[in-house]
Design a protein around this ligand. Structure first.
Ligand code: HEM
Length: 152
C-alpha cells in the first residue's frame, strides 16, 4: 500500500501550505510580535538592537561598514516611528492631544538628525565626532521615554 499521508504532506508543503499551526505572528521586521507590543514598540526594539551594534562598531574604523548598516536600519525604524502615535496619547485630554503628538514627532525629528549626524561623521572618517554625536543621540532616550511612555 502506498504511503498516503507523506504524499499528502509533500503536496501540501510544495503548495506552500504549512501543516503546523503558526506559533506567533511576525512583524515586518521579522521578529515575533507579543500581544501587548505596539507597532511603535517594534520600531523601538529595532532601534535598541542597532544601538547595541553601534556601541562597539563605532570604536573601530574597520567596522565602519557595520556602523553604516546599523545607522541605516536605525534611521529606517525611526522614520517609521516618527509617523506613529505613542500609546500614552490616548490618555491626553482631547484638546491637548494634537500638540502632544506633534511634540513627539518633533522629538523624533531631532532623534533622526542625531542619527544622520553620526552617519555623516562616519562617512567623513571622524570616529571621535561620530562617537560624540552617538552619545547625544542616546541621551535622547530617557527624556523621550519620560515624556511619551507609560513607565516614564
Ligand atoms: C536610543 C534611543 C531609544 C531606544 C534604545 C529606545 C528603546 C525603546 C524600547 C526598548 C521600548 C519598549 C519596547 C517594548 O518593550 O516592546 C521603547 C518604547 C517607546 N519609546 Fe523608545 N527608545 C529610544 C528613543 C526614544 C525617543 C527619542 C522617543 C520619543 C521621542 C521614544 C519614544 C518611545 C515611546 C512612545 C515608546 C512606547 C511605544 C508606544 O507608545 O506604543 N523612544 N523605546
Amino acid at each position: 500500500m502506498k504511503p498516503i499521508l507523506p504524499l499528502f504532506a509533500i503536496a501540501a508543503l510544495s503548495a506552500g501550505v504549512s501543516l503546523l499551526p503558526r506559533a506567533s505572528a511576525e512583524s515586518s521586521l521579522g521578529a515575533p510580535v507579543l500581544d501587548d507590543e505596539s507597532e511603535l514598540d517594534q520600531r523601538m526594539l529595532s532601534i535598541k538592537a542597532q544601538v547595541r551594534t553601534l556601541r562597539r562598531s563605532l570604536r573601530d574604523a574597520e567596522k565602519n561598514p557595520d556602523s553604516l548598516a546599523a545607522l541605516h536600519a536605525l534611521q529606517a525604524a525611526a522614520l517609521e516611528a516618527k509617523l506613529m502615535t505613542p500609546r500614552t496619547a490616548a490618555a491626553v485630554p482631547e484638546g491637548e492631544r494634537a500638540a502632544f503628538v506633534q511634540a513627539y514627532r518633533k522629538d523624533m525629528v531631532i532623534f533622526l538628525e542625531g542619527a544622520l549626524a553620526t552617519e555623516r561623521h562616519v562617512l567623513e572618517g571622524d570616529l571621535e565626532a561620530a562617537g560624540e554625536a552617538f552619545k547625544a543621540l542616546r541621551a535622547l532616550e530617557d527624556p523621550g521615554h519620560e515624556r511619551y511612555t507609560e513607565d516614564g
